[in-house]
Design a protein. Structure first.
Length: 428
């Protein structure tokens, strides 16, 4: 049976799990792919870290870049992370030197994927990155292979387990954002610095990759990104009363001849499928023709889920097929027309915390009218002890730029006690 010689660079939680998995399951993987995955080198920043297994001198590489020059190495698995530094050096050099690459690095692919795909194609090697988007959810292989017959017009869903855990826990346990974040860190669902999860950057990187695959386009940075840091218990509670849940969603959609990429908290109907996805789970929904709607959900992160995706990519290379990293040749990929979110129509949820006095409500509704935004529903919730009132408004669909103009205008009024909120609604 043929052998494929592998170097694993990066032995953190994922790299260590993968190394042990390949060792334990070598026989069955070989049978299924008619080729033996043979790990001949590993490298990491710290050799002496306790990983639950011994690293023999024979397989240890002092300089991780030596893997890119070694003639015996066929495949390099990059598990260092980050868009710059060692990971970038390793992947660029590996592809240039004719090595296949498997990576779980969404930041690297989202930033340099176009350049890397071109190098891989020119050198007739594979660049596989299933594990970079939604962990164990096999969305990239589904788009490249299972759904290859379909013209995709929309991909959206929950792409980040940390933010989903926080929002669903705030909803179920009636706890504040800070309390739930503290628990998420304790349980290992959030990093000690979870900023990229909470500000939407993690979802943004994944969405760019999915968008490129769905629309056969180059990676595009025209993307609107908002996180969940401003969502509080009151927003969760009012959403519930109105029959909605709040989720951090990523969307890439083709409307007419324009593509919109956006990441933001969204009110979705409590009865919808996505509303039921709680905890650290991810879910990806694809709308295409002729298939209609497809939904894939599963664990979005962690060593086991990520290893599942890595083995899928390794198996693809074991079978000996050289494929285009983004489904089609670099020459066929297009620069499509990506449009700003300001030109898209939305229904929206507004929450105003104001002084409870005559004339405030009529002034607010006048500002809506002046911006040609019509009100679908209005709830006034006075707090007589504090002399304040919460005004909740749900609008009919209107251009995003007008919705934002309203919030900017009202926030400048002296009757506003706390910064007003605007959350877009998905009524599908």
């Amino acid at each position: 049976m043929r052998k494929l010689n592998i170097a694993i660079i990066g032995l953190g939680n994922i790299g260590s799990y993968l190394f042990k998995y390949l060792k334990k399951n070598k026989k069955i993987i070989s049978k299924k792919n008619n080729c033996i995955p043979n790990v001949i080198y590993v490298s990491a920043k710290n050799r002496n870290r306790n990983r639950g297994f011994k690293i023999s001198n024979k397989i240890w590489l002092k300089n991780y870049l030596d893997a890119t020059k070694n003639k015996n190495v066929d495949l390099i698995i990059e598990l260092i992370g980050g868009a710059e530094g060692p990971a970038k050096k390793l992947v660029f050099k590996a592809l240039k030197n004719g090595k296949h690459v498997v990576t779980a690095n969404k930041a690297l692919i989202a930033k340099y994927g176009d350049q890397l795909a071109k190098i891989a194609e020119n050198n007739k090697v594979n660049l596989e990155f299933e594990a970079s988007v939604c962990g164990g959810v096999p969305i990239i292989r589904s788009l490249k292979e299972g759904l290859i017959a379909n013209k995709i017009n929309k991909v959206y869903g929950i792409f980040n387990g940390t933010s989903n855990y926080i929002l669903s826990s705030m909803d179920k346990e009636n706890k504040s954002f800070d309390d739930v974040l503290f628990n998420a860190k304790k349980l290992g669902y959030a990093e000690s610095n979870p900023s990229s999860d909470l500000n939407g950057d993690d979802v943004s990187a994944k969405l760019k990759i999915l968008s490129s695959l769905c629309f056969n386009s180059f990676l595009n940075n025209n993307i609107h990104v908002e996180g969940i840091k401003n969502i509080d218990k009151d927003d969760i509670s009012y959403a519930k009363k109105l029959g909605y849940k709040i989720k951090l969603l990523g969307y890439a959609e083709l409307i007419g001849k324009h593509i919109f990429q956006r990441v933001h908290p969204t009110l979705i109907k409590e009865s919808s499928y996505v509303a039921s996805i709680d905890g650290v789970l991810n879910a990806v929904i694809i709308d295409g023709a002729p298939v209609g709607q497809s939904i894939i959900q599963g664990e979005g992160a962690g060593p086991a889920a990520t290893t599942s995706a890595l083995i899928s990519d390794i198996s693809s290379i074991l079978r000996g097929n050289v494929k285009f990293p983004f489904s089609i040749s670099n020459k066929e990929r297009k620069n499509l027309n990506f449009k700003q979110i300001s030109e898209r129509d939305f229904s929206a949820y507004f929450r105003f915390n104001v002084i409870d006095k005559p004339g405030v409500l009529s002034n607010i509704t006048h500002i809506f009218s002046k911006n040609n935004v019509s009100i679908k529903r209005l709830v006034q919730d006075p707090n007589k002890n504090k002399g304040s009132s919460s005004i909740i408004i749900i609008t009919h669909p209107s251009k995003d730029k007008y919705l934002n103009k309203i919030i900017g205008t009202i926030n400048r009024r002296s009757y506003v006690k706390k910064k007003s909120k605007l959350i877009r609604i998905d009524d599908e």
